[in-house]
Design a protein around this ligand. Structure first.
Ligand code: FAD
Length: 448
């Protein structure tokens, strides 16, 4: 029996993969619903409209996800859309979806545009990412794209993504990002193809939950794990909602700072090891439900550094609005370090600030266009992998027998997304199989 802490996509796909390998599992989720960051939000004021709390695209090149959709019978539910991308630069919006639009991007000189295209080509050819992880991203991009393009395009985008400071970011970041997104092009490479499930990622979460229960797995909701029990250097149990529960193999899928808080004093050395690399960026994200379409773009990148949000993501340019009550959904994310004033800004103030900048970008927005607003905040979203820090990534196994860690902080050099998370879950299931195979069934009894 394996006890999995966390019922997000990672915990659920790991549970499913272990059950496929005949290992019984029990999932502990502190929230009342499954899905974690991929969960839903509800608008009672709009007749109970439900949609993804945050934007979540699936790419046509997401191989692990596609095979998971096949296994769970979801593949035929997928819808495909050739999406558009734009750039907001110096008060203007430029389309940047096709190679031709790319080569016409007015803010850059022709030679700079060619070098930008060359950067993408070079990225696609690199297979050994290790050569990139010691190089600061700005240095590498300057070498390929030129100083002017870095100043005008890359630096503002990176500053927005890393809340102002990207000096610690290795070149692997851009490499991973470009390789994933350029893999999704239509034939001839003209457009990016994305997919969606009509009920959002929740369909995958629900299908995983059904598959887990059908295979005899247990899922416990409203079950906050408070601490783990360790005796003689091995896991003996966990405490959930003040109840003692026997356990012999525990996988924590919650992010490392949360995982460390669950460790008892006997696991101080493990905590120290995990603490060598436990940085995460958070996010604040304003979701607007609109009466009308705002832009034709799925993603509008912003290079104007006065605008506080990272981009304008209009998911109803991917998802047919008929699946979200005929409304238009616009997400305004801002990645935040723990110390960012935006992380602590009260909702009313954040709403005023974000809306004033959105109106600055789109002066024709009227009050009646915006039907509802939600502000989401998450402390741990994007793991931070500084230059040359691969050796500091915590291993899956620990010095305590039966204590395992499998979370997004260990996914590298891929960026964290549904595809990389599900691929990681598969690989973790294979790696831990020999360790968890012969667990005595007595270990699953409740002992309080
Ligand atoms: C704004 C935004 C946009 C994104 N866009 C995309 C995208 O376009 N495409 C894409 O593929 N990915 C995207 N992602 C990333 C994706 O959401 C994450 O990579 C993924 O959801 C991480 O899943 P997880 O299971 O590792 O973590 P989580 O979803 O955080 O799950 C961890 C779970 O553990 C539970 N938990 C924590 N502590 C305890 C405890 N003590 N006891 C019990 N349970 C506990 C939490 O409640 C949570 O449910 C985006 C994320 C955000 C925030």
């Amino acid at each position: 029996m394996v006890d999995i802490i966390g019922g997000g996509i990672l915990g659920l796909s790991l549970a499913y993969e272990l059950l496929k390998r005949d290992i019984p599992v029990r999932v502990w989720e502190r929230a009342s619903t499954l899905g974690g960051l991929m969960g839903r939000t509800r608008f009672p004021e709009l007749g109970g409209l439900e949609c993804d709390r945050y934007y979540h695209a699936i790419l046509s090149s997401d191989r692990t996800l596609m095979s998971l959709f096949d296994e769970l019978g979801l593949r035929q539910r997928l819808h495909y859309t050739a999406t558009k991308m734009g750039f907001y630069h110096n008060g203007h919006i430029y389309p940047m979806s096709t190679p031709l639009e790319f080569l016409r991007f007015p803010p850059l000189r022709f030679i700079d545009r060619l070098r930008l295209a060359y950067t993408i080509l070079v990225c696609r050819r690199i297979t050994d990412w290790r050569s990139l992880e010691q190089i600061p991203v700005a240095e590498w991009l300057t070498r390929l794209s030129g100083e002017r393009t870095v100043r005008q395009v890359w630096a503002p985008l990176l500053r927005a993504k890393f809340d102002g400071d990207f000096s610690h970011v290795p070149a692997t970041y851009i490499w991973s990002r470009l390789v994933r997104t350029t893999d999704t092009r239509t034939k001839g490479g003209s457009r990016e193809v994305m997919c969606y499930l009509p009920n959002g990622y929740q369909e995958l979460i629900d299908a995983l939950a059904v598959a887990i229960r059908q295979r005899g797995g247990q899922i416990e909701l409203n079950a906050a794990v408070e601490t783990l029990r360790v005796e003689d250097n091995r896991i003996t149990g966990l405490v959930v909602n003040a109840q003692e529960i026997s356990a012999s193999n525990i996988v924590i899928t919650a992010q490392t700072p949360i995982a460390r808080r669950l460790l008892p004093p006997e696991a101080a050395m493990v905590s120290e090891r995990w603490g060598q690399l436990d940085g995460f960026l958070g996010i604040v994200c304003m979701l607007l439900v609109m009466r009308r379409r705002l832009t034709p773009y799925y993603t509008l990148n912003i290079t104007d550094e006065r605008i506080p949000f990272t981009g304008v993501i209009e998911t109803t340019n991917l998802i047919d609005p008929q699946y979200v009550g005929g409304y238009h959904l616009v997400y305004l994310p801002k990645y935040v370090a723990a110390t960012s004033p935006f992380a602590r800004m009260p909702d009313d103030e954040l709403r005023t600030v974000f809306l004033s900048y959105l109106r600055h970008m789109f002066p024709d927005i009227r009050d009646e266009d915006i039907l509802a607003i939600r502000i989401g905040r998450e402390r741990y979203v994007e793991p931070i992998h500084p230059i040359g820090a691969t050796d500091r990534i915590p291993p899956i196994t620990s010095d305590i027998e039966g204590l395992l860690l499998a979370n997004t902080g260990q996914i590298y050099p891929q960026l964290t997304n549904g595809e990389s998370v599900c691929a990681f879950a598969r690989s973790v299931a294979t790696q831990i199989l020999p360790l968890v195979k012969n667990t005595p069934s007595a270990a699953i009894s409740l002992c309080s």
